[in-house]
Design a protein around this ligand. Structure first.
Ligand code: MG
Length: 158
């Protein structure tokens, strides 16, 4: 039995914050604003997995009003979501993430992003796809006001 889910997230780009995407820190002059480390790509993936399980969203499981999650490494949230998935009797088949950002260029980071997510999820790296695109300088991502990410995840019964 298979279940599919999708997730989407946006965070604002600001000065004075580190930029974390797919569990790694990127070398960039701006970072994403959020209660956690604001890893928009992991948040989209968590919502895709939770969506596949019909278990609500990341905000219901890890409220941004809860001081326990202040500044938290989003890899911990993903590990927690994967535990929920396995508790429900499911395993990740594969997932596909698209990061939408004008800059920085993601290409050099993609292999370590995939490797990092594979280790957190405990799945082979070829189950993890990470892609990046720009919006051709259009809209909020094009103006570098924020970064968005979307993800789909396919789960199968253990
Ligand atoms: Mg978020």
């Amino acid at each position: 039995m298979y279940r599919i889910g999708q997730g989407y997230d946006v965070h604002r780009l600001v000065e004075g914050r580190e930029l974390w995407l797919c569990g790694i820190r990127l070398d960039f002059e701006l970072g994403l604003l959020g209660h956690s480390d604001a890893d928009v790509a992991i948040h989209a993936l968590c919502d895709a997995i939770l969506g596949a399980l019909a278990l609500g969203d990341i905000g219901t499981h890890f409220p941004d009003t809860d001081p326990r999650y202040k500044g938290i490494d989003s890899k911990k949230l993903l590990a927690n979501v994967c535990q929920l998935m396995r508790d429900k009797g499911y395993e990740l088949g594969n997932c596909d993430i698209t990061i939408c950002a004008e800059r920085p260029k993601m290409k050099p980071y993609i292999p370590s992003m995939r490797q990092t997510l594979a280790e957190v999820i405990n799945t082979p790296v070829d189950n993890i796809s990470v892609k990046a695109t720009t919006t051709e300088r259009l809209g909020f991502t094009g103006r570098m006001e924020g970064i968005s990410a979307s993800a789909v995840a396919l789960l199968h019964k253990i």
